[in-house]
Design a protein around this ligand. Structure first.
Ligand code: MG
Length: 222
């Protein structure tokens, strides 16, 4: 089996953007009249838009009236858009890892739960030339942890997901990639990710080689 594609998560994997989301959701919690506990914050890492709002409302013990949830969603989107317009820091080794995959000529996609407008702001930092396709959370029926984003990315690359390696930092993202049939290189950022078949762990992206990605593809999925 040859490595047919490398599928990159964005928040927490390429960019240290979870910190920006952290600021956004903390401020949202205050806006909603509550405060964010560490437990709630952890539950939110890697969660998608509607899912993240559900977790916030549940965590704060608020009634999930559709109009209130929608208003909170608009508030959060506006705030993180402001925050993402500033510089977003890279994760260690991420830029070099992207370059290594590009130099090897392996098809690559960005696979993010973040919605397209904010993802585009991040792509101004990351660069669009690394990717043959980009998939955002608002472009698939269900975001991570559902397999949809990874299935869509493999489809756009025209490769089987089973021949792809996804690179993820969160339990939610790793679950999504695994459910799509991808092997997963897990590089935890904010929180630990449980081990599972088909997952290989690495401390950071520093020094990542294409040979290692080929090796990830060879790990058993069950
Ligand atoms: Mg992530």
């Amino acid at each position: 089996m040859t490595l047919a594609g490398v599928l990159w998560d964005m928040d927490g994997t390429l960019l240290d953007s979870e910190k920006i989301w952290d600021v956004g959701v903390r401020e949202l919690a205050v806006e909603l009249g509550g405060t964010m506990s560490d437990e709630l914050r952890h539950a939110l890492i890697g969660a998608s838009g509607p899912n993240a709002l559900r977790i916030v409302f549940e965590g704060l013990g608020l009634e999930q009236r559709p109009e209130a949830v929608a208003a909170a969603g608009r508030w959060l989107q506006r705030r993180v858009t402001e925050l993402f317009a500033g510089p977003v820091p890279w994760r260690p080794g991420a830029r070099e890892a992207l370059a290594a995959v590009r130099a090897a000529g392996i098809p690559a996609a960005l696979v993010t739960n973040t919605q397209r407008p904010v993802a585009e702001l991040c792509l101004d930092t990351v660069g669009r030339h690394w990717f043959d396709a980009t998939v955002c959370g608002d472009e698939v029926p269900e975001g991570k942890p559902a397999p949809d984003p990874y299935l869509r990315a493999a489809e756009l690359l025209g490769v089987p997901p089973e021949h792809c390696v996804a690179i993820e930092d969160s339990p939610t993202g790793a679950q999504s990639a695994g459910a799509a049939g991808c092997r997963v290189l897990v590089v935890p950022c904010e929180i630990a990710v449980p081990s599972a078949p088909g997952r290989v762990f690495r401390e950071s992206l520093v020094g990542l080689t294409v040979a290692e990605l080929h090796a990830v593809l060879a790990v058993p999925v069950s």
